[in-house]
Design a protein around this ligand. Structure first.
Ligand code: 4AD
Ligand code: MG
Length: 432
């Protein structure tokens, strides 16, 4: 046997001698047997080292291995229904590739602060492996969905000159002789330009908000996928979103069942995520909140707590549409009959999770958009190109942005966004 195999392929190798490469997650045993739990990129398996088979020297070596030692293990594959993955490897030889002494994250429980400081090592823990695999599946499914639905990928810039969402949460940096550049809060404005070339477009990338709030729902750097569609109104926008979210959840249920189980996620909730989703107006949302005894004032934005209460009234994700203009971004289209409202929608994930998508129909009229830019006190000169889009073949259009971490956190059933991204960026944390 010359090459290496991966744990995932053990079923093809029963009774044969194979070599795997990986890291030692745990080692236990007594007397003349040692059980080494080894992880590679494809799975986790139990390697059984018996002193009588491997000899005393190798056995002692196995006994002394530290957690997270990198190893090459050769042995014979056998079926073992009681072992993780259903197979085990009977060790015939063992090579230490990289030693590991006193790995800081042990099977005992650690505080969150300690784990975040050691995020570079924490990523190897079982729970984190499952979350990151689900994240990978979510992103893969999103790209697949857009492709199947004839969207073109448009990579939008990270360094931008115009404020995309709100002036209050900008990261800015000096940009040569041109003054300040901002880290993108959204790719939307650029996607709007691209619909005139491709009609249906999307982006998926990092976005930045200098959020001074320390909540479980906010990161300063988060990933967002945004879609933008020509000839689509606010209702059509919601139709597309509920199809996208349902597709993503279905994919994770199909392809990452083992990881959901490892996270002890109750999948009954996720299985209900199929179109159509309930749609309630902002007016109705305020009424529902009042009925629940929550003190809310018409005209204010819904807070995290309000969203939590609302989502508990529905089994599936729920849209809240047509918010007051005052609490939403400048580019949203004014409601045709009620000038205090805009044609927008937020999608709230169930079980208390709250907003995962923000979307709207866009103001497509030149004069009204200019009026809104002025009204919001935004620097008009930075929006010349954006206004141009309303001068050359302007059409009704809508779009949305789905937060990747919020979606992953909900699907995984985890409390805080910090575990839904490999290296979280928050107000008080920039390392590792
Ligand atoms: O609602 P938001 O601010 O919408 C936009 O940025 C629009 N330009 C999108 C569009 O219409 N193209 O953000 C969209 C989503 C939110 O629903 C939320 O899931 C996520 O992005 N999000 C955050 N996620 C983590 N940390 C933060 N600080 C977030 N801010 C927004
Ligand atoms: Mg929003």
């Amino acid at each position: 046997m010359t090459g290496f195999t991966s744990i995932k392929y053990f079923s093809d190798n029963v009774g044969e001698s194979v070599t795997i490469r990986g890291w030692l997650m745990q080692s236990r045993g007594s007397g003349k047997v040692r059980f080494l739990i080894v992880r590679d990129s494809t799975g986790i398996t139990q390697c059984v080292a018996e002193e009588d088979t491997v000899g005393t020297e190798l056995f002692d070596l196995a006994k002394g291995l530290g957690q997270e030692s990198a190893l090459k293990v050769t042995g014979t594959v056998s079926e073992e229904p009681r072992a993780e993955g259903g197979f085990e490897l009977h060790v015939t030889s063992l090579e230490i590739v990289g030693e590991s002494v006193d790995f800081p994250i042990t099977p005992k429980s650690h505080g969150t602060d300690f784990l975040l400081t050691n995020r570079h090592l924490w990523l190897r823990s079982r729970r984190q492996l499952s979350i990151m695999r689900i994240r990978d599946e979510v992103v893969t499914a999103i790209r697949e969905f857009f492709r199947e639905n004839d969207f073109v990928l448009i990579d939008t810039p990270i360094l931008t000159g115009a404020i995309g969402e709100s002036a209050g949460t900008l990261f800015s940096t000096e940009y040569f002789d041109l003054g300040n550049a901002y880290l993108a809060q959204t790719g939307q404005l650029y996607l709007e330009a691209a619909i005139y070339a491709f009609e249906k477009v999307y982006c998926l990338g990092p976005t930045f908000r200098a959020e001074k709030s320390k909540t479980r729902r906010h990161l300063t750097e988060f990933w967002m996928t945004e879609g933008e569609m020509a000839f689509v109104d606010s209702d059509g926008n919601m139709d597309l979103q509920e199809r996208l979210v349902s597709f993503v959840v279905k994919r994770v249920l199909e392809l990452r069942a083992g990881d959901l189980e490892a996270l002890k996620r109750d999948t009954a909730h996720l299985k209900k995520v199929v179109p159509p989703f309930e749609r309630i107006s902002y007016d109705e949302a305020i009424k529902l909140l009042k009925d629940q005894g929550k003190e809310v004032e018409w005209g204010k934005d819904l807070g995290g707590e309000d969203e939590t209460i609302l989502t508990k009234l529905f089994e599936k994700p729920v849209f809240v549409y047509d918010y007051p203009k005052k609490v939403k971004a400048f580019y949203m289209k004014q409601h045709p009959d009620r000038e205090k409202l805009v044609k927008c929608s937020d999608l709230l994930a169930p079980e208390g999770y709250g907003e995962i998508i923000g979307g709207s129909e866009r103001e497509d009229d030149y004069d009204r958009l200019l009026f809104r830019i002025r009204e919001e006190g935004l620097p008009e000169e930075a929006y010349g190109w954006y206004l141009d889009l309303r001068r050359y073949g302007s059409v009704q259009h809508s779009g949305f942005g789905l937060g990747i971490e919020r979606t992953v956190a909900w699907i995984c059933g985890i409390e805080h966004l910090r575990e839904a991204i490999p290296f979280p960026r928050m107000m008080g944390r920039i390392y590792p």
